[in-house]
Design a protein around this ligand. Structure first.
Ligand code: SAH
Length: 237
């Protein structure tokens, strides 16, 4: 067993097959390589990347596995986290979404080199535009280091099928952020299913929120480009 599989077993009770571990490490190495010429991530060391990218990404695996079968999308994928690791583990058809063209194009190359060419597609554009093109097509979405919970809920809702899941990776959400998220559930048609706190092997704390698409939103989504992040919804009293 390699270091990564060992960490996932001992800290998260998760078993990773040898070939999956090999692919995960290849992904990290490929991203580090691309990072030499393009700013995909701040994390540069292999040790740091293994924990903060691979271990953290894999922490969301059970929630993605739990979602209904079908298309998976990683919103604001950046260097392909958690999208590529979760594609490796689930074998789901995966769409990596980011508005920065050159980032997603580099990811397409990384995915093909990993032998994931038939599983991974890219969308170089805004999440709001994807929602106009492919409404209701996704069974599960993830988002890490993208926006506040409320903004993520608003961006994700029009993309999700009924009963589809939104898995939000958070470091330290503030009380206010959580209050807003809980307060806009009906407005955007999502319902909180679970909130789990855990630590990574380096001791840093994380939190994963899972929402389910429960109903049609009460308002028309997506709103105008940028609104979800610049002028987030607030609970209506
Ligand atoms: N998920 C990655 C990257 C986070 S950085 C990780 O955790 O490492 C956030 C990324 O989201 C950036 O690459 C940015 O280009 C993208 N992004 C932000 N808002 C977006 C939007 N509305 N539509 C598409 N991509 C967006």
């Amino acid at each position: 067993m390699g270091r990564l599989a060992d960490i996932m077993k001992s800290h998260h009770g998760m078993t990773i097959a040898e070939d999956q571990e090999r692919m995960l490490m290849s992904d990290l190495h490929a991203i580090m390589k691309v990072n030499e010429t393009m700013n995909l991530t701040r994390i540069l060391s292999e040790e740091g990347g293994m924990v903060l990218h691979l271990e953290d990404s894999l922490a969301g695996l059970p929630y993605v596995q739990d979602a209904p079968d079908g298309l998976y999308g990683d919103l604001g994928t950046g260097g392909g986290f958690p999208g590529i690791p979760l594609c490796i583990m689930t074998g789901r058809k995966t769409l990596l979404v980011d508005s920065v063209q050159k980032k997603v194009r580099a990811l397409q190359g990384v995915a093909s080199d990993l032998g994931l060419g038939d599983k991974v597609d890219i969308y170089a554009g805004r999440i709001e535009d994807l929602a106009l093109e492919r409404p209701g097509e996704f069974s599960v979405l993830t988002a890490r280091a993208l926006s506040s919970l409320g903004s993520l809920m608003e961006l994700a809702s029009p993309l999700l099928k009924k009963r589809g899941r939104l898995v939000c990776y958070k470091a330290q959400p503030s009380d206010d952020e959580i209050e807003v998220a809980l307060g806009i559930q009906e407005l955007v048609g999502l319902r909180l299913l679970s909130k789990d706190d855990f630590s990574l092997s380096d001791g840093s704390t994380r939190c994963i929120f899972v929402f389910e698409k429960a109903a049609d939103p009460r308002i028309r989504l997506p709103r105008r480009i940028g609104m979800a992040q610049k002028d987030p919804l607030r609970p209506r009293h």
